[in-house]
Design a protein around this ligand. Structure first.
Ligand code: SF4
Length: 183
């Protein structure tokens, strides 16, 4: 359970996939607004939005991308044009955001996205999908910040998983405050 003091404190900065806030940044010009996140969790979290596909210049609307592994390495390529390989740009995007992401205490990613999904993202092997991948950008963020609490929007619908995420965010913030105070 949340301690009363935790709720009353200043809002906690948490990264989030922009489309979950209702920003029209998806490949088709749509969004994936999650009212529970913005309504309920927005009372304790101050959201810092990131959309890597937009940030690398793909624009809206754009050709959707997907994960493909036909050669032992997973790449993020266009669904129509496999020559459109944005893997390196997504990795560079995450690396370039490290100073901004050093300020956040958690990250809510968009489930299933080839850029932002944290687990069980579809990867195509010889044209056949297998739900075994991690979004290229999300994997790099987790690599850059190994202790950062992460989750996906669908997991926040489960009360136990939600409590667990919030507890980890609070603990991460305490740890950051101790570091800032010289530990
Ligand atoms: S899932 Fe990630 S890359 Fe895709 S629209 Fe949402 S924020 Fe942008």
């Amino acid at each position: 359970m949340l301690a009363r003091n935790d709720v009353c404190m200043k809002k906690i900065p948490v990264g989030i996939s922009s489309c979950l806030l209702g920003e029209r940044v998806r490949y088709d010009g749509g969004h994936k607004h999650d009212a529970f996140i913005t309504g309920t969790l927005g009372r304790i979290f101050e959201f810092r939005p990131f959309c890597p596909e937009l940030e690398i210049g793909l624009g809206v609307p754009r050709e959707p991308v997907r994960l493909v592994n036909d050669s032992g390495a997973t790449r993020c390529v266009g669904t129509l044009d496999s020559q459109l390989d944005v893997t390196d740009r997504l990795l560079a995007c995450a690396d370039g955001q490290q100073s901004r992401q050093g300020e956040i205490c958690g990250y809510i990613f968009k489930q299933g996205s080839p850029s932002c999904g944290v687990a069980e993202v579809r990867v195509f092997h010889d044209g056949q999908p297998e739900c075994s991948g991690i979004g290229i950008y999300a994997a790099r963020v987790m690599h850059n910040f190994p202790g950062l609490p992460v989750t996906e929007e669908d997991r926040l619908g489960d009360p136990a998983l939600r409590e667990d995420f919030i507890a980890r965010v609070l603990e991460y913030r305490r740890w950051q405050q101790r570091l800032a105070g010289g530990l």
